[in-house]
Design a protein around this ligand. Structure first.
Ligand SMILES: Nc1ncnc2c1ncn2[C@@H]1O[C@H](COP(=O)(O)OP(=O)(O)OP(=O)(O)O)[C@@H](O)[C@H]1O
Ligand SMILES: [Mg+2]
Length: 287
């Protein structure tokens, strides 16, 4: 069977080593909590690793250690030990699957949040040998309009705002975009619509947000992709095993692979909700 993902992996690995840019910092954020940021960050890191990107995930959530929980790990050190100089970057980075490294935030996130935007960017990019160790630094910023979240976003090259098609999630996404606009004009803003039933639900939700954002904020928005509502996501959270590892064939992970491909600049067809030709045939048989 033709395996599109392995072909893409091969293509991605054939890129010249020298063509890699400096580490790109991508913040994943949302207005409202619980919309799927951590699931996206963890699985997108695993998908990017499939395309041969070296990824570091910074758990920038001030609350519970979301990323640690998702990977089922209990790291001893956090970014606080780096900031204090007690530990080297190699000691703090926690290796997980596919060469990905987790940079636990914990209480050190508060210290990071107190840096100004320029300092934060320098810290993120120049932490010891961090920049040479990864192509992409993915930050799970946590939700809301807090100082920490906005600081992470403004220090990043790109932000991915996650929302669901539900009105409260969309209004909170709008609120976050408004705050981003008031802090920085430079960030590239991308949207991922999570937990959709079908493609048109995702497009309609995005278009509604885009209409308001362009009318009232005059801000360009890019639809990076969408993720189908999939009960396997909840199960992987319960099992503390990322979907990419427990159910790589799931609809939701196929969408994340597509989103990661968009980030990597690889063209991939959006996954259909009923699984392409197989779904087509099964729906044909049902009728
Ligand atoms: N595509 C999906 N399909 C079904 N359920 C999903 C999907 N994405 C997320 N969920 C559910 O939503 C819950 C919250 O997801 P997640 O923890 O990734 O959100 P979050 O935005 O990081 O939350 P918080 O703001 O609390 O950190 C998950 O436990 C999962 O059950
Ligand atoms: Mg989270």
């Amino acid at each position: 069977m033709y395996d599109q993902a392995s072909t893409l992996r091969k293509l991605a690995s054939e890129r010249e080593a020298g063509s890699r840019r400096n580490m790109r910092v991508i913040a994943v954020s949302s207005g409202k909590g619980g919309v799927g940021k951590t699931s996206l960050v963890v699985n997108m890191a695993l998908a990017l690793a499939e395309y041969n990107y070296r990824v570091i995930v910074l758990d920038g959530d001030l609350g519970l250690a979301n990323v640690d929980v998702a990977f089922g790990i209990t790291p001893r050190y956090s970014i606080r030990h780096l900031l204090s100089g007690e530990k080297r970057v190699e000691d703090v980075l926690y290796p997980v699957d596919r060469g990905i490294k987790v940079l636990p935030g914990a209480s050190g996130v508060i210290e990071l949040a107190n840096l100004d935007r320029g300092q934060l960017k320098n810290v993120l990019v120049n932490f010891g040998r961090l920049e040479k160790m990864a192509d992409i630094l993915l930050i799970d910023t946590g939700a809301g309009l807090g100082h920490t979240v906005l600081n992470f976003i403004c220090a990043s090259d790109d932000v991915i705002v996650v929302m669901t098609p539900e009105p409260p999630s969309m209004t909170d996404a709008y609120g976050l975009l408004k705050s981003i606009k008031s802090q920085s004009e430079k960030v590239n803003v991308n949207v991922v619509v999570n937990r959709v039933r079908n493609e048109s639900e995702a497009e309609q939700a995005f278009e509604r947000l885009q209409y308001a954002v362009s009318k009232f904020l005059g801000m360009p928005l890019n639809l990076l992709g969408w993720i189908y509502d999939d009960p396997l996501v909840g199960r992987s959270v319960m099992e503390q095993k990322p979907l990419a590892l427990s159910n790589p064939q799931s609809h939701a992970y196929k969408c994340v692979q597509w989103i990661a491909a968009n980030v990597a600049g690889i063209y991939l067809q959006p996954p259909t909700q009923n699984g392409g030709i197989k779904g087509f045939l099964s729906s044909l048989l049902k009728n």
